[in-house]
Design a protein around this ligand. Structure first.
Ligand code: HEM
Length: 276
């Protein structure tokens, strides 16, 4: 998860300016040349991680919105299973994927938290506000939010599965449903923190911090941190999620959403009969 370090930790590297040019004319020429030149960018997040992020965020949002409704249960469950599958993909990719996508980097970043707290304490004791490593703290905060989101996804989906399968009878089942709901609310709270942090850091750093999760690139010279984009793997991941949704749609006689339930029950039953 190196994506965190370069994306939110990289200082701006714009096109060169004419600050050191000798004459006013050459300065003006250099300035216009600089503004005409395309800004250098480098890839710091590859396509599979970006696709994971988009699908994970959408799956959570959809599952949260449909969580309270019995009529949308099939879609809710499908999105929950998708989140679990996406998490499994991310863990595998974080273990065996390219270095910049490794979860070990996220872990290392979190490990720096102790030293950071020590530095803050020292600065406060010495009443040196300027000595507080604010930027490192912002990156640490973002890494903590990301780690919490990944960590919450497993108990969230497991508790949902257990409650849906009615494990342990009525009382246990109800307790599981409560736990599932509490975990969903906790995850929503962390998502709000995560998205707010992206917005606040964008304002503080005068740079769109969300863009990297869409383009995979940040401004700045130098070689790509992730040499290969692996778009094929992102397409495969998307196909797996869509394929799973289609399979689920066929598995539920009424389809995945209420509209289908109202108008296409017969079609669904026909589909189920075809499968027999
Ligand atoms: C509009 C909404 C969102 C925006 C703009 C956004 C933006 C970002 C950005 C910029 C990063 C990279 C942070 C860094 O490298 O330091 C990131 C990472 C991440 N975000 Fe979001 N995010 C959004 C919604 C969500 C949601 C809803 C979830 C979870 C349900 C989520 C989960 C994650 C995770 C797990 C990562 C780490 C990705 C990885 O390396 O595998 N995000 N997000």
């Amino acid at each position: 998860m190196t994506t965190t370090a370069p994306t939110l930790g990289t200082a701006g590297h714009g096109a060169p300016t004419a600050g050191t040019a000798g004459t006013a004319t050459s300065a003006a020429t250099a300035t216009s040349a600089a503004s005409a030149a395309p800004t250098a960018t480098r890839r710091v997040v590859d396509a599979p991680v970006r696709m994971f992020h988009a699908l994970f965020a959408l799956a959570f949002a959809g599952a949260y919105i449909t969580g309270d409704s019995e009529a949308w249960r099939a879609l809710h469950v499908t999105l929950g299973y998708s989140m679990a599958g996406l998490l499994a993909f991310r863990v595998l990719y974080g273990l065996a994927g390219p270095r910049p996508a490794r979860l070990a980097l996220l872990w290392r970043k979190l490990g720096a938290g102790r030293a950071w707290l020590g530095a803050v304490r020292t600065a406060l004791v010495q009443r040196r506000r300027a000595g507080v490593p604010w930027r490192q703290g912002q990156n640490l905060g973002m890494a903590t939010a990301i780690a919490t989101l990944l960590a919450l996804a497993l108990p969230l989906t497991l508790s949902g599965y257990a409650a849906y399968q009615e494990w342990g009878g009525d009382i246990v089942g109800e307790a599981l449903a409560e736990v599932h709901e509490a975990l969903g609310s906790a995850m929503l709270a962390v998502v709000v923190v995560h998205v707010t942090a992206v917005v606040v850091l964008s304002l503080l750093r005068r740079r769109n911090q969300a863009a990297v999760m869409f383009t995979g690139r940040v401004e700045g010279p130098g070689p790509d941190l992730v040499p290969r984009n692996r778009a094929w793997l992102a397409v495969l991941l998307l196909a797996a999620v869509l394929g799973f949704a289609a399979w689920q749609w066929r598995a539920y006689p009424q389809g995945l959403w209420p509209k289908a339930a109202a108008g296409e029950v017969q079609a669904g039953e026909d589909r189920a009969a075809d499968d027999d």
